[in-house]
Design a protein around this ligand. Structure first.
Ligand code: SF4
Length: 496
């Protein structure tokens, strides 16, 4: 999901030590898009800091600006272009020396960016993060290699490659080589998240054939990080004070398949659960038919693995799902959700849907609405279909008008709002662990935090309006709380 533009700066308690250099360029980052892109920004920041650059929070004061872009859907592309243009204007005004554009937009429009925005000095694609050093004009320090090498590819990836899934031939200026980069535990990385929470990218790329998506062409074939590499990074983060880990990848449930590890994610979660200091561990972006019984049991068996599953279903009508090249349908999904809820009784379920896919009839849309009513998700997002040149659905006929797509999206969200309100009301009076995050953006009089039911950034919040006399709640600490009020998506609680 595209997020608003964020100027990212290193967290003070970062696990990576920066070195000062007398002529260090000052580098400012603008990071757009999803947490996977944020991790790429953190890796580039780590490399730059290790090479002697100084990372600063304000792009106005930077010698070098890096805009790390998103190209997931049309609105994300537009947001990325706007950010580049804004920074180009700032540079043209004499405030900065260099402007570097990185990320997914580079994989898609490599030549066009440089041709049409002359202020851009260099581009860095998703598979060439280490080129950020040369682009910023800093010398590379000696490389420290991880002993844990990425191994191979999934047979599905090779088969899809043969079918042309990853082809970028029709994209003007795209380089032929697919991105193949994946950081490891030896790569310097500076957290841009608060010091108590961090994402870990456990895999990169995707082999699935979803016909609305160009991520495989932008990010390359699926490849996992080695088991030991992820554990080593998690242990280092925990030692530096991180208490919450969120595992990410385009599809985390394929983890380990490229080195023939069956139920790799379940094994990984179980091993992470034993890392001292980690209170909440969760993963995002599960693929529906990859949620195995073994994975559910691993979640149910460990207190520090959050009872939380994020499974983007994209649609519920089997005919739409077939055209999306995904498979599944209402009945299969309901049965699988019933199994998830039976195995993990306190489960929080999140999903997202694409509304207005080409040819979506009124009855197919109604099937989706009915499914949402029955499924009663705890959290749900809905995106309007966005046409992507290079995606399978781009050439499809029967495109729906943008107004119709938006109306359907709002209608679906209206159904979910009522479900969410009912579910949140049922939580009043119940007790949960709360990770306090600081003062609320809504009001200085409130604090805010999250329970295990809420992943960072994407789900609702818990506002705290009461705490025992004499208690000074501190961000990054866990407290027992009781829910006292419920809104459509957010909750109000008192610390006990
Ligand atoms: S699973 Fe489908 S939607 Fe998700 S990144 Fe892969 S191709 Fe795109």
């Amino acid at each position: 999901m595209p997020l608003p533009k964020t100027t990212v700066a290193p967290d003070h308690d970062s696990a990576v030590t920066t070195q000062e250099a007398p002529s260090a360029p000052k580098v400012g980052f603008v990071s757009l898009g999803c947490p996977k892109n944020l991790v790429d920004s953190e890796v580039m920041m780590g490399m730059l800091a290790q090479a002697g650059a100084e990372l600063i929070p304000r792009t106005e004061d930077a010698d070098v600006i890096v805009v790390n872009t998103c190209s997931f859907i049309a609105s994300a592309q537009q947001e990325s272009v706007n950010a580049i243009l804004e920074m180009a204007k700032q540079k043209a005004g004499g405030q900065n020396r260099k402007l570097i554009v990185a990320g997914c937009l580079v994989e898609r429009f490599r030549d066009e960016i440089q041709k049409s925005i002359p202020e851009v000095d260099a581009v860095v694609g998703t598979g060439e993060l280490d080129k950020i050093l040369a682009a910023a004009g800093v010398a590379s320090p000696p490389r420290v290699d991880s002993p844990f090498k990425i191994l191979g590819a999934r047979p599905e990836g090779d088969a899809r490659a043969a079918q042309g899934r990853f082809s970028r031939e029709s994209w003007d200026g795209a380089i032929a080589d697919l991105p193949n980069y994946l950081y490891d535990e030896a790569t310097p990385r500076i957290l841009a998240t608060p010091g108590y929470t961090a994402y870990i990218k456990i895999a990169e790329g995707c082999d699935h054939p979803c016909s609305f998506c160009i991520i495989p062409q932008l990010r390359g074939k699926f490849r996992s990080r080695r088991f030991e590499s992820v554990i080593a990074e998690a242990e280092r983060l925990a030692r530096s004070g991180v208490r919450e880990i969120t595992l990410i990848g385009q599809d985390t449930t394929c983890y380990g398949e490229d080195f023939e590890l069956k139920d790799g994610l379940a094994w990984l979660l179980e091993r992470l659960a034993a890392v001292e200091g980690l209170r909440w561990i969760r993963f995002l972006y599960a693929y529906p038919n990859k949620i195995t019984g073994r994975l559910l049991e691993a979640i149910a068996a460990h207190d520090n693995i959050c009872s939380y599953i994020d499974v983007p279903l994209q649609h519920a009508s089997s005919t739409v799902l077939k055209r999306m090249k995904r498979g599944g349908g209402s009945e299969i999904f309901l049965r699988s959700m019933e199994k998830m809820r039976r195995t993990i009784p306190d489960l929080t379920l999140r999903t997202s849907f694409i509304v207005g896919f080409p040819g979506e009839t009124e009855s197919e849309f109604e099937e989706l609405c009915q499914f949402v009513r029955e499924a009663e998700f705890d959290w749900m997002g809905a995106f309007g279909y966005s046409d992507q040149e290079g995606a399978g659905a781009f050439a499809a006929g029967q495109k729906l008008p943008a107004r119709e797509i938006e109306q359907r999206r709002r209608h679906l969200m209206g159904i979910q709002r009522r479900i969410s309100k009912k579910k949140k009301k049922a939580l009043v009076g119940k007790e949960f662990d709360l990770l306090l995050e600081g003062s609320s953006e809504e009001s200085d009089l409130l604090l805010e935090g999250r329970t295990p039911m809420q992943a960072p950034e994407i789900d609702g919040k818990v506002f705290v309006n009461d705490a025992p006399d004499g208690l000074q709640p501190r961000p990054g600490e866990f407290y027992r709380c009781q829910i006292s009020e419920a809104h459509d998506y957010d909750l109000v609680a008192k610390i006990l």
